[in-house]
Write a protein that binds this ligand. Structure first.
Ligand code: IMP
Length: 196
């Protein structure tokens, strides 16, 4: 089986991406970066940050690496937390509390529209970007937490397709509609067309 370096230390992302590869019969095993990995994500958008992480991992590992940069963008908050989603507050619970507080003056469903965005970039150790893509998944932010699956903002991100939050979906369902799944569909097409 072939392998590919995934520039992340987020075990939930590794699980989602490996599950998607397995489900789509992509015979590739994901390898996390084997050294402490904390690149400075100082890009101005998801694609730039995905490139920064992938390049850093590729330099460390000496082979091409791909990265996912993702986040939650809330319309009423002007797109925040956006690229700052991971750093919006110290813990998962504090992030969600801060988000729900920020939306307390927006009680109606149509005022709480949001989307997750996911950018994927595949970069060589020399810095050449071999592939990049970005996808979104639309939903809205509900007022209480529902579900225990997934990670991050999943318990408050509600999707109409299933009338559930992401945290109420099993991995197969999340992997049909999520921002990461849609970006991975494009990445998987690229991988299948460039088998070497
Ligand atoms: P990154 O590692 O800089 O891409 O951080 C992305 C952050 O966005 C994560 O730490 C989560 O807080 C949030 N995020 C991204 N994708 C998801 C998802 O699928 N579900 C819930 N939160 C997500």
């Amino acid at each position: 089986m072939k392998s590919i370096v995934f520039a992340t230390s987020n075990e939930h992302k590794i699980y989602e991406v490996q599950s998607k590869f397995d489900c789509d019969n992509v015979d590739i095993k994901i390898i996390p970066v084997t050294q402490p990995f904390e690149p400075e994500e100082n890009g101005t958008n998801f694609l730039e940050n995905a490139y920064i992480k992938a390049f850093e991992a590729a330099k460390i590992m000496g082979v091409p690496a791909f990265a996912d940069d993702s986040g939650l963008c809330v319309d009423a908050l002007g797109g925040l937390p956006g690229i700052h989603s991971a750093r919006y507050a110290p813990t998962r619970d504090e992030k969600i509390t801060k988000l729900l507080n920020a939306l307390k003056d927006f009680p109606q469903e149509q005022e709480r529209k949001a989307h997750f965005s996911c950018a994927i970039s595949l970069v060589t150790p020399e810095g050449e970007e071999l592939f990049s893509t970005e996808s979104q998944c639309n939903g809205y932010i509900i007022k209480e937490l529902h579900g225990t699956n997934g990670f991050g903002y999943d318990p408050v991100f509600y999707v109409k397709e299933y009338n559930k939050t992401f945290a109420e979906l099993d991995i197969d369902k999340k992997n049909r509609i999520s921002h990461r799944a849609l970006a991975l569909n494009n990445f998987i097409k690229f991988i299948k067309n460039n088998k070497s």
